[in-house]
Design a protein around this ligand. Sequence first.
Ligand code: GLN
Length: 502
Amino acid sequence: MPTVTKLPELTALRAAELLRAGEISSVELTRAVLERIDAHDNKIHAYLHVTTERALENAARADEQLRDARRTGDHAGSPLRGVPMSIKDVISTRNVVTTAGSRILENFLPVYNATVIEKLQNAGALLIGKTNPDEFAMGSSTENSGYGVTRNPWDLERVPGGSSGGSAAAMAADEGIFALGTDTGGSVRQPASLTSTVGLRPSYGRVSRWGVIAFASSLDQVGPMTKDVRDAALILSIIAGHDAHDSTTVNAPVPNYLNALELAGTIHESPLRGVRVGVPREYFVEGMARAVETTIRAAISHLESLGAEIHEVSLPHTAYALPTYYILAPAEASANLARYDGVKYGPRADVPGDVWDVMRATRGQGFGPEVKRRIMLGTYALSTGYYDAYYLKAQKVRTLIKRDFDQAFDQVDVLVSAASPTPAFRIGEKSDDPLQMYLADVFTLAQALAGIPAMSIPAGFSDGLPIGLQLMARAFEEEKMLRVAYAYEQTTDWHKRKPKLV
Ligand code: GLN
């Protein structure tokens, strides 16, 4: 039985096993995680809001249900009974403050749960807190939150990545058991890469966006942020699936992603024999840190040693992903953010004048600088006279980017690359230069534009800072990517390292 101080280190799968077996209680586990948050979150600031009382109440209830289930022997339907979850604050939680990291939603109480929350709660998980994001998920460092920056547990002077930096930092610091993030252009994968955790962006349409505060609706996806690959598979199986509330979800059966791993897990010498791994040449670019390149090349050799066939492939339109994304995402954001007018949600500026004066003041005070920049960029790209030159053109390039991946996946099963061109950068290092900040996303935008799944897993360190390996697969072929990730993880130790927190 693990000692109480070790409880926060548990994965969701292991915690659920111990809970079912009655070796630990949910109250014990929840309390241990809360204590861990108490001890370290004053330095890290992964959480905006910790739901202490509610979590302990729900844990006590879960313990009763676990006791009943042990008596009847029926544990069906609650694979996460009693397991705490940490949720990015852009995901709506009923009666629990949800701000999207924005002052314009200060104290906002959603009246319903996002579908992903309903699904996790039905599986038995309990909310422990809401994690800090960049405002409306716009950013790559979690410095754009209206409520302060989150620090990287591996080096408190550095960013944890973003925009799901709070969820990633919570996982790295064991201030939680599993988490959810959202990924519009890398926000699950890049912070996972910078914190030595696992972050998975599902195929577009795999997971419901209902109740997720919209940034760019054709790109947004919710994804698991976890301590290992098995947890990512487990959580994905739970949150995936068709939702009548989100017409972009695909009505197709959800595989049991965890079982897919167990099959691959029958350990033999060459677990990846016959698997074709593509290395896109355009993902080794100038400006990427030497240590990142060396680490990714070493990871590729490792996959080869596990039996994979390595193929160099080309994704010729890669260079256009960044400009394309930074037209389409702001365009959609400018439309999505029109609803924050001080009338429907959140605080209203107390100024004299008519409705326009009130809206102007509310938006002027409520939005931070990056959000305003995106609204202006997006409005410009959609305006008469510029629509064809920017928005329409970007849509066409998006199709070319998608086609690149379609062609590559005719030749290979998965693609691999770095998830971030550099390890974690210093807090403040890029905040005055939006273009530098946007470049942090070079390796994570194309997959989002193409709607394909991608994930980052721990693959090494440089000067004590984590480096993640990105894996990608054809849309709705998450299993292939997960199997390769699992084989890599099971034969390396990177995911076992923990930051030293004092
Ligand atoms: N960093 C990218 C941006 O700022 C992606 C953010 C995200 O995936 N939510 O738009």
